[in-house]
Write a protein that binds this ligand. Structure first.
Ligand SMILES: [Zn+2]
Ligand SMILES: [Zn+2]
Length: 561
């Protein structure tokens, strides 16, 4: 990870009466959000999310925030506050609870309900829950919390105000300012203004869309587009969107009713989340519209809508399987319509276009962000951020939630409105609020933690480098037996290759050079098997690079017999 502060060392002990902010994820990437606040020896954690791996993380399932900087202080955590139910904010919670299962959790009704299913999957017991809603206040140790409604692409999102002896902090969580949201629950700017009047000492704001000028369009603006898609579709409609986007699903349900179609959910997380959202009253399902996916078969295609997961091209998702014709019961036919009603998260482009191409090849009409207004962002654009700065008038701003370019753009917006002090920090850079002024105090080591199957944190960057080499270049294995008495090669070299065009080629020309190099090393006094293996690696590496222009992984095995 690049770093604007390479010179920083570990922060000094926190000054009496000061507040420390330790970002462990989400500052420098869109994902794995986690921020630790420290005051008077106690810690408050806001969010604990995951980051989804990209093509250069082969085999990785998830990327977690790095808990290492607080690992020996888990007992000091007063609570984990979850601002909303998106994976990039709650997804790593089970992994934190594995390390200390009794951390109290704080969140809104829907957030905690979505988290609950996740905890059950991980076989974690119920912990202490503080279910809060906008306007609520909660005192946890030295932290006095107040929750503020914010509007986002999932219902029931909250901003959190944190009062300590060091001042008032306002963390927006993820938010936008849709003035006419489907559920009528707008970002509470009156509360923002009230807190601003009280004096916000440190304002942490969502940077995701800071580079986008103007205002994020209203969620309702895509209703006519969805309606038009329904009108123009003569056969089946498949809508893919995030499994947590309750309002998008609501729009599709309403369109289905208007156009006399039945709806089924496809994909485990879609089925589970929408059941929760309905049960808690965040989703209104008109009577008779919803059917089980397996009951759709007798219906004519023009009466059917499927709402599916997989809008990001995730290879195991329902939509990917449909595109590859490996889904067990959904098969695309000529004339079907597929609507990808979602954003395109950076890094997922190739996977998404692979899915779109697969669907198009099967004869589907594919409507997506690139050819129609079928998605609006869940995050505030530059115009909305400017409003917030002018309303809150904070003394210090720390941009959060974004890549460095987003955070720098957000910092510029804050400065334009006259915020006196703006601090840009990436993951691991510690910011202290002392006497009302925020500044960088140091840096803690903070890397990526990879989840691969059941292993957490065992896979390292160097393992991933190996996987990339294996994936791109394959490998050559060389087995040699050396007689430990005579010091001569007594067997091999036996050479095999996989995953490259070298498999069929003759390795004859390199056998003798390997033997010669080994004899030379041994005569110079090298007897250690590891060092002899390095000799083999060098000879083979040089040969394969100069004669074949390849750099496969070379696996030398020297056996002393
Ligand atoms: Zn979010
Ligand atoms: Zn987020």
């Amino acid at each position: 990870m690049s770093h604007p502060h390479p010179e920083l060392s570990a922060p000094p002990e926190l000054a009496e009466g000061a507040l420390r902010v330790i970002p462990l994820g989400g500052l420098g990437e869109v994902g794995r959000n986690m921020t630790v606040f420290e005051y008077s020896g106690r810690l408050l954690v806001v969010d604990c999310g995951v980051l989804f791996p990209e093509d250069h993380h082969p085999g990785v399932d998830l990327i977690l925030p790095d808990f290492e900087p607080i690992r020996d202080r888990l007992g000091d955590i007063e609570a984990l506050v979850l601002t909303h139910g998106h994976e990039d904010h709650i997804g790593a919670t089970p992994y934190l609870l594995r390390e200390r299962p009794d951390i109290p959790l704080v969140g809104s009704e829907l957030t905690l309900a979505l988290l609950d299913g996740k905890l059950r999957e991980h076989r974690l017991k119920e912990t202490v829950h503080h279910r809060v809603r906008e306007g609520d206040r909660l005192v946890l140790g030295p932290f006095e919390l107040e929750f503020v409604a914010v509007n986002h692409s999932i219902p029931d999102a909250l901003a959190v105000a944190i009062r300590t002896g060091a001042g008032l902090v306002l963390h927006t969580g993820d938010f936008k300012m849709d003035q006419l949201p489907l559920d009528g629950r707008i970002t509470d700017l009156r509360a923002f203004a009230r807190l601003g009047e009280e004096g916000v000492d440190l304002f942490l704001t969502d940077s995701t869309n800071a580079e986008t000028p103007g205002f994020t369009p209203a969620e309702k603006s895509i209703t006519p587009v969805i309606d038009q898609v329904f009108r123009e579709s003569a056969k089946r409609i498949v809508v893919a969107c995030f499994a947590s986007h309750v309002h998008r699903v609501q729009q599709v349900l309403d369109a289905a009713v208007a156009h006399d179609r039945k709806v089924a959910y496809v994909g485990r997380s879609m089925v589970r989340n929408m059941a929760i959202a309905k049960e808690l009253g965040y989703l209104t399902v008109p009577a008779g519209v919803l059917v089980d996916a397996k009951e759709l078969a007798p219906l004519p295609p023009e009466r059917v809508v499927l709402i599916s997961t997989g809008s990001q091209g995730e290879p195991m998702s329902a939509l990917s399987r449909i595109a590859q014709r490996t889904h067990s019961f959904v098969h695309i036919e000529e004339g079907d319509t597929v609507l990808l009603a979602s954003s395109l998260i950076p890094g997922n482009e190739n996977a998404v276009y692979r899915v779109i191409n697969g669907l198009a090849r099967l004869g589907a009409r594919v409507i997506h962000k690139g050819n129609a207004l079928v998605h609006v962002s869940g995050h505030a654009s530059a115009g909305e951020l400017l409003y917030c700065y002018n309303i809150v008038r904070p003394r210090n701003v720390l941009p959060v939630h974004g890549e460095i370019r987003h955070m720098l753009a957000n910092a510029d917006l804050a400065r334009l409105t006259g915020v006196p002090n703006v601090v840009v920090a990436e993951d691991g850079v510690v910011v202290d609020l002392v006497d009302g002024v925020a500044s960088i105090a140091g840096k803690v080591a903070c890397g990526y933690v990879f989840v691969d199957g059941s292993s957490v944190g065992d896979i390292t960057e160097s393992d991933l480098k190996d996987r990339r080499i294996l994936g791109e270049e394959g490998f050559i294995s060389v087995i040699v037996v050396v007689d430990s008495v005579s010091g001569k090669v007594s067997g091999g070299p036996e050479i095999h290759a996989r995953g490259n065009a070298l498999e069929g080629s003759s390795f004859d020309e390199i056998r003798q050079p390997i033997i010669d190099a080994l004899h030379r090393s041994i005569s110079e006094g090298t007897t250690d098997a590891y060092q002899l293996q390095q000799t083999v690696r060098r000879v083979v590496g040089r040969w394969v690079s100069s004669t074949h222009r390849r750099r496969p992984m070379i696996i030398p095995v020297v056996i002393e017999a």
